[in-house]
Design a protein around this ligand. Structure first.
Ligand code: HEC
Length: 195
């Protein structure tokens, strides 16, 4: 009787142990799981819509798979625009690749998110990335990020999800593309007319 009791007790204990172990390991993501989660979030998060150069098709622009998420192509000229078109209360414009945006904030160009170390996120850490998304400041400490970068909503993701996005971005093919600096509103007319 006593032996039986001890046996059942040990059984329960080992089951509990197995369960706890399983529970812990299911919380611990492998690097591959983390990257897959990041890819999933980037795909549904619409990052390609703004950060990938496009190829125009009759059904609209599609991401250029040879240079995904490499930001506004530095070599691409800007078409001339009458600055009155983008005065407050009028239009906000984007180019046919949706990588350049023009409005009352001036001109913003989408960033290179590939891990190129001189023109992309190669030298960033996941902490810098999280801070930038949460504060809306360039690299988490600099100037405010410009529209239409949706940091206000992306920054609501959990630390784990933001880390997963960053981990996935770091696995992309590094592409050397130096995105131009934004153009402030007071220099808009000059820039838009002269192109
Ligand atoms: C609607 C367009 C749009 C979408 C969607 C978008 N971005 Fe951006 N993003 C921008 C623009 C524009 C900038 C440049 C802003 C600036 O120069 O101030 C930018 C800048 C960035 C930067 C640079 C921040 C810094 O500190 O300089 C990162 C990182 C970034 N985006 C990540 C992402 C990720 C990840 C996603 C998807 C989850 C995403 N973006 C979706 C438009 C977009």
């Amino acid at each position: 009787m006593r032996k039986n009791f001890l046996f059942s007790f040990l059984c329960v204990l080992s089951l509990l142990f197995l369960f706890l172990q399983f529970d812990c390991s299911s919380n611990k993501m492998t690097k591959e799981d983390q990257i897959a989660r990041g890819k999933y979030l980037v795909t549904i998060g619409g990052c390609n819509d703004c950060h990938s150069p496009k190829i125009m098709t009759p059904m609209g622009p599609v991401p250029d798979s040879t240079r995904l998420l490499s930001g506004h192509p530095a070599e691409q000229p800007l078409a001339a625009i009458d600055p009155k078109t983008v005065a407050p209360g009028n239009w906000v414009l984007t180019d046919d690749g949706t990588t350049t945006w023009v409005g009352p904030w001036g001109i913003s160009y989408t960033a290179n998110l590939t891990p190129d170390s001189s023109t992309g996120l190669g030298l960033w850490t996941s902490d810098i990335f999280i801070k930038a998304m949460r504060t809306g400041k360039h690299m988490g400490t600099g100037r405010m990020l410009l529209p239409p970068m949706p940091w206000q909503s992306i920054g609501q993701l959990s630390d784990n999800d933001l880390r997963a996005i960053f981990a996935y971005l770091q696995t992309l093919k590094p592409i050397n593309n130096r995105v131009p600096a934004p153009v402030p509103p007071n220099m808009l007319s000059e820039k838009l007319m002269n192109n």
